[in-house]
Design a protein around this ligand. Structure first.
Ligand code: AOS
Ligand code: ZN
Ligand code: ZN
Ligand code: ZN
Length: 424
């Protein structure tokens, strides 16, 4: 299904007057609104290929209809999202959930939808059909050298496949760890993991980055071998300049100050990118901004401040990706909501009066500092985000248009009601 641009234009026409009125008011409230709109136009958030199908829990899965059955259909779905919001111009593949047989045609299909290939993700948390060894007791950390070798080789294969597609980063998330005290020698697990990572790092092309994701628990519940930002930092520091830490918002112990973590990693040039989602209890992978929009704003506030201090390009110098998974929403609607929430947080962060904040900080004017941040957070920036979409040829209200056009019903017509998405 390809979206007809006339339908987007007709939808926008219907909403135009109301939008313009809001925009005029918003621009009167926010000094740098024009430059914010430009930055929003440039900002793209990658969609993970595994988020397009309905997720499950360990108790079960309720399949949605019309889910993508192949990589081609996943690319088409991201293409649809991108046509609706012009802010989802990249897809992140997970190998071997996504297998590419014909690179030329996959690249052509992505190009046709104006999509790039973002970070490629390796998978050593499941045993693959024809693999010799099992990852039951870990992959890169495993006490058995042959198992470590197999996991290293898989990562090297993923790099090669990603390079064929024009991707330039590898994301490694390890399920490695232990379930019971005594199961693992922590130091040896660390040393094995480091040695394995070094072998993978050595296979990176010159212009590539390696992102090392951390997670405090799950699926292992006593220890995780890359458990927190400090441990990820310790590895990436030893690996070299191309290795960076990846922050998944749901991977922290409760109440962790993620914005501070982000600020320090950025300062040390060790922040690689993000997996956006939201959570209440753990790695819930709920829609970005659904529960803690203020935290999302505070994270973006540190990002904008830190990237500007280092002269970085907001759109291209870090990896921006959603990592969410749902078992009750239409995944496409959910992704549109996540992108919108991220854009809003970014726009709010861009609107912070940095000079005034710096003065307040230097004068220890705590009240003023809080006023400045909360003023930015409480100012409605949605018209700026919508204007960025309008100027890019996207829809003023993507979720509304998605429903109005009956996209899901169309996909069910094409693909059937009972599809099994590849991957999860
Ligand atoms: C797992 O918890 C991590 O968030 C991974 O980044 C990701 O969800 C996984 O690679 C896909 O299953
Ligand atoms: Zn229980
Ligand atoms: Zn993640
Ligand atoms: Zn996760």
């Amino acid at each position: 299904m390809i979206l007809d641009s006339n339908k987007i234009a007709a939808h926008n026409e219907g909403l135009y007057t109301a939008h313009k009125n809001k925009l005029v008011f918003t621009a009167s409230e926010i000094a740098q609104s024009e430059s914010i709109i430009q930055k929003l136009i440039d900002f793209q958030i990658a969609i993970p290929s595994w988020a397009l199908g309905t997720g499950g829990t360990r108790f079960g899965r309720f399949a949605g209809g019309g889910e993508p059955r192949s990589l081609e259909e996943k690319i088409e779905d991201v293409g649809l999202l991108h046509a609706l919001n012009k802010a989802s111009g990249a897809i992140s593949l997970h190998i071997p959930w996504d297998t590419v047989t014909d690179y030329k045609s996959i690249k052509a299909l992505a190009a046709q939808h104006d999509l790039k290939f973002d970070a490629v993700n390796s998978n050593t948390f499941q045993d693959q059909a024809n693999s010799e060894h099992s990852y039951k007791f870990g992959s890169l950390q495993n006490v058995n050298k042959a198992i470590r070798k197999q996991a290293v080789q898989h990562n090297i294969d993923v790099i090669q496949q990603g390079a064929e597609l024009g991707s330039n980063s590898l994301t490694i998330w390890l399920a490695d760890g232990s379930n019971f005290p005594g199961q693992l020698n922590f130091r040896k697990a660390y040393e094995n993991t480091l040695e394995s990572l070094q072998e993978i790092y050595a296979a990176l092309p010159a212009d590539w980055k390696l992102f090392l994701e951390y997670k405090c628990a799950e699926p292992n519940f006593y220890s995780t071998t890359v458990a927190d930002w400090g441990q990820s930092y310790s590895y990436v520091k030893k690996l070299g300049d191309k290795a960076k830490t990846l922050v998944d918002l749901g991977h922290h112990l409760p109440n962790a100050n993620i914005e501070q973590i982000v600020s320090i990693l950025l300062m040390d040039d060790k922040l690689g990118g993000f997996h956006f989602n939201d959570s209440k209890y753990g790695d819930d992978d709920l829609t970005a901004g659904a529960l803690k929009p203020y935290q999302l704003f505070l994270i973006f506030s540190e990002l904008v401040e830190g990237m500007d201090a280092r002269g970085m390009n907001h759109a291209t110098d870090l990896g921006w990706m959603i990592d969410a998974s749902h078992n009750i929403k239409d995944p496409m609607e959910d992704l549109l909501q996540s992108v919108e929430a991220i854009m809003i947080a970014y726009a709010q962060a861009l609107s912070v009066d940095r000079k005034a904040l710096e003065i307040a900080q230097n004068e220890n004017d705590v009240v003023k500092a809080q006023e400045i941040l909360q003023n930015a957070f409480r100012t409605d920036v949605r018209a700026l985000v919508a204007e960025a979409r309008l100027r890019s040829g996207a829809a003023l209200n993507p979720v509304a248009l998605y429903r109005q056009l009956g996209v899901r019903e169309n996909l069910i017509g094409e693909r059937g009601l009972k599809t099994v998405a590849t991957g999860l």
